[in-house]
Design a protein around this ligand. Structure first.
Ligand code: DGJ
Length: 749
């Protein structure tokens, strides 16, 4: 009987999907083409995406939103009329993938220069193929053998569509691609759309912006050679003023590319809303010889009717189940210790071993040694590029230290910054031509370093070889892969003087970066990797297909982190968001906070400790030990559950609160933070979300107290409707509570 019911549960789960509210719904996914109406229709997880071939043979967008009746689309799309002579039909018709030509004045998806000087490109439907949940539509220019495959791959559980494009030159001459999008997304005309996006800078990442979409174009981009701290390749568009965290329609997208990128959001002359995204066309060119092909990155897009909170939960589940290297079942992130803020570059065998002993005492599972261990690295002026173990700091190599870390029950991780070189290094003295540069021009240094041109085969091989060797010769479970500057003078002289060839660096560099990561993972499948770029400068869904976690910011002030972490979760799951507890006062703001506050701030993501444990007293160790043990009981829920941002810390809010609910709804965790009590007002009553209304949940404090009247056990509907009062007063206060299905608590006792 028991086995039968387990089997039934497995079957139900296999045929089910995560809905935007985190609930489980039946899967229904299909891709259909109606030959009569010439309409393509993708239905999945309660969402319909439709487009078709119009009378001009163009691929025209029709609909994207909640699922519509099976037989509702009875007529194929008709191209829009133009607006007088100035905005012809070609520019006012919402096209799935428009070439620049024939009077297109909105953002093109593709712009090409042919060798005869022709730059007119008009793409028409040629053929298509459907395989399961994948659709490819092939477009061809009206007169030349220039083909574009427009790809759609729908995820059955979330309705998120992965779109990308490949351009194939089947002409007999070379051509140059000047602009190429992964996809164009169209929303029906309107003036009531609002855009959310993320902005920032070093130590100030992921600030959420919210603005009305007005006529014209908003550009989100990086021209820096990598993802960048300044904008993140993610957007969300809400319709109407009433939408909020839990209600309203939201269309969202994320571009999977770790190089220079661009997303444009446009309201055109007939109030169509178009979103284009792909390689940044700034300083871009990619020449294709006959027979060659260029593939764009993937641009994911999704829809939620459950507000921006529903949109992020969909993305989180999608990332965990489809994107991450360990998807669909990523291992929970271990609790790490990182040496950076404690020792800076002054790492050595005895110092690291002493820290490791203390880290083990509080329950850390992975000990990570940061910068300073290699070459002649004493500070940031020298050593990058020389990846041998510094013999003064580690006279016996790494083995005794790693053995010690293992004997303490932890695994060992190591910091590397493979793509960079200090001019003061043996590598640079030997290979000055290996960096990005324009001959005869200055090589601008940032943090005293230059960028190795990973697009070069010899550089790629060097980087792969030293990393492979490091991982083969040492028992290393984890790499923190850092990247601490942006590009300048992005020349690639070795490919010749043609700037069109040299500009391929924007694509080839990132392809090689992905190639190295992929090969390393294949050869060392147990090794996990963190993407770090001076904090959160390289966080995107491209790097996240090859790395297990990211470092969101060098800013470890626990109060600033609340806002950075909140912004981060609009686009990325807390399951990849590493958050360290560091020393107080914090180096960023000189702000003093309790160890308890620091822990609770970091426990909302993947918990780590980066404090100098050599300066801790017995009480600190006790607090850390208790909270790390508590974290281990809730981490599955925090990292892989459904996140509800109950009270936002954005906009200088006095309070904030988050709640995570496990997928089976048996556990929930609430974190509440008070910046400073004002006028004696109480902390607002908190109403939970996402619980099972009829389940009885028992509440237990992880840290802090509830109001006296709070019941120990109450139904999900009580916690969600009546809510609870957390007893927070004072400055920089925090509390956390665990809610557990009372029947599960009983049966496990
Ligand atoms: C920047 C990173 O974000 C820090 O955590 C640290 O690893 C330093 N680099 C080391 O140079």
């Amino acid at each position: 009987m028991k086995i039968q019911s387990i089997a039934l549960k497995v079957l139900i789960l296999l045929g089910s999907a995560i809905t935007t509210s985190g609930a489980v719904a039946q899967i229904s996914s299909s891709i259909r083409f109606d030959a009569q109406t010439k309409i393509f229709r993708i239905d999945a997880a309660g969402i319909t995406y439709a487009f078709g071939v119009n009378a001009q043979n163009q691929l025209q967008s029709i609909y994207w939103g909640p699922q519509i009746g099976r037989d509702d689309l009875l007529r194929g799309p008709a191209a829009n009329a133009g607006v007088a002579a100035f905005d012809p039909s070609f520019t006012t018709t919402p096209l799935e993938y428009a070439g620049w030509g024939a009077g297109l004045f909105v953002e093109p998806a593709l712009k090409i220069s042919f060798p005869d000087g022709n730059r007119d490109l008009v793409l028409q439907y040629a053929s298509h193929s459907i395989e399961g949940n994948k659709l490819t539509v092939t477009l061809r220019d009206t007169s030349r053998d220039l083909f574009v495959d427009v790809h759609y791959h729908v995820d059955e559980a979330t309705g998120i569509i992965a779109r990308s494009s490949s351009v194939i030159n089947r002409t007999h001459e070379p051509l140059v691609i000047e602009q190429i999008a992964a996809a164009s997304w169209n929303l029906s005309p309107g003036t009531d759309y609002f855009l959310r996006y993320l902005t920032g800078r070093w130590a100030g990442e992921d600030t959420l912006q919210h603005q009305k979409i007005l006529p014209g174009e908003t550009i989100l981009e990086s021209r820096r050679g990598s993802t960048g701290h300044q904008n993140n390749p993610w957007f969300a568009i809400e319709r109407g003023e009433q939408t909020d965290e839990d209600f309203g329609e939201v269309w969202f997208g994320a571009l999977a590319w770790s190089g220079s990128w661009r997303i444009t959001v446009e309201q055109d002359q007939v109030r169509n809303i178009r979103i284009n995204g792909g390689f940044n066309p700034f300083d871009f060119a990619y020449s294709l010889k006959p027979g060659e092909k260029l593939e764009s990155p993937v641009f994911y897009g999704g829809y939620s009717k459950d507000g921006i909170g529903g949109a992020s939960r969909l993305l989180h589940h999608f990332e965990l189940s489809r994107v991450l290297p360990q998807a669909p079942n990523p291992r929970p992130r271990p609790v790490i210790y990182n040496s950076w803020e404690a020792t800076k570059f002054a790492v050595n065998e005895t110092g690291q071993e002493a820290l490791a002993e203390k880290a083990a005492r509080i329950g850390v599972e992975r000990f990570v040694m940061d910068d300073g261990w290699f070459g002649q690295r004493k500070d940031d002026h020298a050593g990058l590029g020389d990846w041998y173990v510094n013999p003064q700091k580690f006279p016996n190599g790494f083995k005794p230290m790693i053995d010690k870390v293992h004997s303490l029950g932890m695994d060992f991780g190591l910091w590397v910054e493979p793509e960079m070189v200090n001019p003061d290094s043996d590598l640079y003295r030997k290979h000055p031509d290996w960096v990005l540069n324009f001959p005869g021009r200055a090589r601008s240094e940032s943090r005293n370093q230059l960028v190795l041109n990973l697009a070069r085969r010899d550089v790629r091989d060097y980087v792969y070889k030293f990393l492979d060797q490091l991982l083969s010769e040492n028992d290393i479970a984890f790499l923190k892969w850092d990247y601490n500057r942006n590009w300048s003078e992005p020349g690639w002289p070795a490919v010749g003087a043609s700037s069109d060839e040299q500009k391929k660096v924007y694509v080839a560099y990132i392809e090689n970066l992905y190639g190295i990561l992929g090969e390393l993972r294949a050869k060392h499948p147990r090794v996990e990797i963190e993407s770090c770029s001076g904090g959160g400068g390289r966080v995107d869904l491209g790097i996240l297909t090859l790395t297990d976690e990211v470092w969101p910011s060098d800013n470890t002030d626990p109060f600033d982190r609340l806002r950075i972490q909140d912004g981060f979760t609009y686009a990325y799951t807390p399951g990849v968001m590493v958050a360290w507890v560091t020393d107080s006062p914090n180096w960023v703001n000189n702000r003093t906070t309790s160890l308890n506050y620091r822990f609770l701030s970091s426990m909302q993501g993947s918990l780590g400790v980066g404090a100098n444990l050599d300066t801790w007293g017995p009480a600190d160790f006790e607090t850390a030990k208790t909270l790390i043990a508590a974290y281990k009981q809730i981490r599955e829920t925090v990292q892989h559950g459904s996140l509800y941002r109950l009270i936002s810390p954005q906009g200088g809010s006095e309070y904030s609160a988050t709640e995570s609910v496990s997928i089976d709804k048996q556990q929930a965790v609430l974190f509440a933070f008070l910046h400073s009590s004002q006028m004696g007002y109480p902390f607002p009553q908190i109403r939970l979300r996402g619980l099972n209304p009829t389940t009885q949940y028992r509440v237990t404090p992880i840290s802090g107290a509830l109001a006296k009247e709070t019941p120990a056990i109450a139904s999900g509907s009580y916690w969600m409707r009546h809510g609870l009062e957390v007893n927070l007063k004072g400055d920089m206060q925090a509390s956390a509570f665990k809610f557990e299905d009372n029947s599960a608590v009983h049966s496990s006792n």
